[in-house]
Write a new protein. Structure first.
Length: 90
């Protein structure tokens, strides 16, 4: 009985640690996404995504910082999205 509990405990910790280590890894497929793709996938999840012309470039920086926290986005993803929105706002 004790032996099976020890084996199950070890298996649990091995599985949990492997999930933790790979869970934080950003795949190349995700890292290669453009700002337009990230904007389309992320900004419409929770609300109607504002169009590029709805804010000026300075405001997009502020929106990006706010949404990084609210939507739990990575800094590189936010930078890509903001760059995309700024580039279409000229």
């Amino acid at each position: 009985m004790k032996k099976s509990i020890i084996i199950l405990t070890v298996l649990f910790f091995v599985t949990a640690s492997s999930l933790f280590m790979t869970g934080c890894y950003e795949s190349k497929k995700v890292a290669d996404k453009s700002g337009a793709q990230l904007w389309g996938e992320n900004c419409s999840r929770c609300h109607n995504a504002p169009g590029p012309g709805e804010f000026n470039n300075d405001n997009w920086e502020i929106v990006g910082m706010h949404m990084q926290v609210r939507a739990n986005l990575t800094k590189p993803d936010v930078d890509k999205i903001v760059d995309f929105l700024k580039s279409t706002n000229n």
